[in-house]
Design a protein around this ligand. Sequence first.
Ligand SMILES: *[C@@H]1O[C@H](CO)[C@@H](O)[C@H](O)[C@H]1NC(C)=O
Ligand SMILES: *[C@@H]1O[C@H](CO)[C@@H](O)[C@H](O)[C@H]1NC(C)=O
Ligand SMILES: *[C@@H]1O[C@H](CO)[C@@H](O)[C@H](O)[C@H]1NC(C)=O
Ligand SMILES: *[C@@H]1O[C@H](CO)[C@@H](O)[C@H](O)[C@H]1NC(C)=O
Length: 205
Amino acid sequence: MSASIFFILFFTSIFLDIEASNGNCTHGTPDIRFPFQLRGHQRQHCGHTGYELDCKNGTTIIHFPSYGDLVVKSISYDIKKLDLNYPKNCVHEVYLNLNLSLTPFQYYHAVKEYSYLNCSVRISPPLIEVPCLSGSDYHVYTVDPSLAVPDSCSLVKTIPIPFMYSPYLSDNSFGLGLTWSLLGHEDCEAKQGQSSLHPKREQQT
Ligand SMILES: *[C@@H]1O[C@H](CO)[C@@H](O)[C@H](O)[C@H]1NC(C)=O
Ligand SMILES: *[C@@H]1O[C@H](CO)[C@@H](O)[C@H](O)[C@H]1NC(C)=O
Ligand SMILES: *[C@@H]1O[C@H](CO)[C@@H](O)[C@H](O)[C@H]1NC(C)=O
Ligand SMILES: *[C@@H]1O[C@H](CO)[C@@H](O)[C@H](O)[C@H]1NC(C)=O
C-alpha cells in the first residue's frame, strides 16, 4: 500500500517537474520533436546541431548565427515546415539579413534571386518601396536583378528569396517558412543500434 502511494507521489512529482520546467514556454509552444530539441530539456544526443530551441521570455525561439533570435510559431513535421514570426511585421528585413547557408534550413517556398536597392529618392512606379525597410530620406526596393541600378540607388544585396515585396500581398499570406532536409526516419532509435536499417535511396528517372 505504502509502496504504491510512494510510486504515485514519485511519478506525480516527475510529471510536475516536467510541467514546471516547460511551463513558461507554453505561450503557443510548438510540439518539439526530432530533429528539434529544447536546449537542456531533452536527451542531448537526440537533437541535431542547428535544431536547438530555447525558451526565452515565455516563448520558444530559435537562434540563427549572424542573425539572432526568431520566435517559433509552429512546426509541421509531416511537411517539414518551421514557421517563424518576424519582428515588426517585416518579413523582408529577415529575408535581407538571414543567411541560411550557416544553418540546416532552406526556405520552404522556392526562391528566386532579387536585388535590394537603397535609393535616395523615390523611384517611379511600378516599383513600390518596402515600407518597413524605408525611411523618410531613403527608399528600399526589391527588384529583378536584371534591372539597371538607377543613379540615385545603391545595390544592397542580390540574394535568393521566396518573394519580392508586393503591397498587394500581406507578408502574413506567406510568412516566414523554413524547411529542413534531415530524413524523418533517421531518428534516435535508428541511430542507437539499428544501423543496418539504412533508408533506401529513392531513384528518380
Ligand atoms: C514563469 O511565469 C510566471 C508567471 O506566469 C512568473 O511568475 C515566473 O517568474 C516565470 N518564470 C520564469 C523563469 O520566467
Ligand atoms: C517579454 O514578453 C513581454 C510580453 O509578452 C513583452 O512585453 C516584453 O517586451 C518581452 N521582453 C523581451 C526582452 O523580449
Ligand atoms: C552567407 O554565409 C556564407 C558563409 O559564411 C557566405 O559564403 C555567403 O557569402 C553569405 N551569403 C550572403 C548573401 O551574405
Ligand atoms: C539605406 O540607406 C540609409 C541611409 O543611407 C541607411 O540608413 C539604411 O540603413 C539603408 N538601408 C538598407 C536596407 O541598406
